[in-house]
Design a binder for this molecule. Structure first.
Ligand SMILES: Nc1ncnc2c1ncn2[C@@H]1O[C@H](COP(=O)(O)OP(=O)(O)OP(=O)(O)O)[C@@H](O)[C@H]1O
Length: 340
């Protein structure tokens, strides 16, 4: 059944992208100056979860590097590397410049100095989930260095700019924007068809079944691929030669739950504390939530940061926001809620 499990994993970057030619071309054009040794960008990529922002950025940068030897790149997931130190460290790590840097003790200045001294080929830095950076200092740091060209990925531009001062905002104002929309059913179906072709035995799944999966995924390719993966694994376990309609029906909630679990695992300890408070409360308004959060954790983050966390968790379907901004309430979203 499963011939190549890698292509069904969330982090897999395919050699061919479906339906994003316009976005790939746009980003390639923005980054084109680096092929002449000149600084490019910044580019700001926005859109909801699972619309291909990460894979388009990685794919485009990879293509650029295949065509031009003299381009370096580094990908930083700012959700995992949310502090200034960790984000800068990751950039240096990609350039092989972290020798003698001690993760705990080396001050930012030392990292910045090494970045300043970097004299290799122009480097494209993709800051994914850039709205999760604790402070905008990293954007200042890298934007100020001509060897580094930035590609910033966030769900919404407003979240990226929240908390940045006018100076940085006006600098980034000239960035090229590339907005991504949710996929339609036909588009998701063809993304799934390609995965089935690469990863499953021939005839393992029908086009109608892939359409059902695409429909259930509501425009989110991550969820769609997760459902297909779950279906293929179930079929493999039962030693069925093909994926049956019953297996697809079971795989829909299972695939959604898997994405939900993985997203929960991504939360930082402070984000998790916020999530748990919402879960305990059932429904909760932002000020009560913030008060409880402050009581629950050491060294609490600011109110604005917690609002940013809430926005992110809503984007990722972990939380739902109800009411208007004046009488807002948050509640958790159960992964299989749409099934009922
Ligand atoms: N156009 C596409 N062609 C092929 N595969 C795609 C395409 N778009 C998305 N995918 C696949 O769907 C999954 C989700 O895509 P990706 O991670 O790029 O989305 P995203 O918009 O960055 O979401 P998030 O905000 O959650 O990080 C990945 O496994 C990716 O390989």
């Amino acid at each position: 059944m499963i011939e190549d499990a890698r292509v069904l994993r969330a982090e897999f970057v395919p050699h061919e992208l479906e339906h994003r030619d316009g976005e790939v071309t746009h980003l390639s054009q923005v980054l084109e100056p680096v092929t002449r040794g000149e600084p490019a960008g910044p580019a700001i990529i926005t859109g909801p979860s699972g619309v291909g922002k990460t894979c388009v950025a990685r794919y485009t940068v990879e293509q650029l590097r295949e065509q031009h030897l003299d381009v370096a790149s580094q990908y930083v997931n700012c959700w995992q590397n949310y502090s200034r130190f960790r984000a800068l460290y990751r950039v240096l790590e990609g350039l092989g410049k972290t020798v003698d840097i001690h993760r705990q003790s080396t001050p930012h200045d030392e990292l910045l100095e090494r970045l300043r001294r970097y004299d290799g080929p122009p480097c494209v830095v993709v800051l994914d989930e850039a709205d999760q950076l604790e402070s905008a200092d990293v954007l200042y740091d890298l934007h100020a260095l001509s060897s580094f060209s930035l590609v910033l990925i966030a769900n919404r531009e407003a979240d990226l700019f929240a908390g940045t001062d006018d100076r940085l905002r006006s600098r980034l104002q000239g960035s090229e924007r590339i907005g991504f929309d949710r996929y339609g059913i036909d588009q998701l179906t063809s993304i799934l068809q390609a995965r089935a072709r690469w990863g499953l035995t021939e005839g393992a799944v029908t086009t109608d079944q892939l359409r059902d999966i695409a429909d259930a995924a509501a425009g989110d390719a991550r969820v769609a691929i997760s459902i297909l993966r779950s279906a293929a694994r179930r079929a493999q376990r039962t030693t069925a030669a093909t994926i049956t309609d019953e297996i697809v029906a079971e795989a829909v909630p299972a695939g959604r739950s898997a994405v939900h679990r993985r997203t929960l695992d991504t939360l930082t300890p402070h984000q998790r504390a916020v999530y748990d408070i919402v879960a305990d409360a059932g429904r909760i308004d932002p000020s009560t939530l913030y008060r409880r959060y402050r009581e629950a954790v050491d060294d609490p983050k600011t109110d604005r940061t917690v609002r940013n966390y809430l926005g992110k968790m809503v984007q990722y379907d972990l939380l739902a926001a109800e009411g208007t901004s004046r009488d807002r309430r948050y509640r958790i979203v159960e992964p299989t809620a749409e099934e009922s």
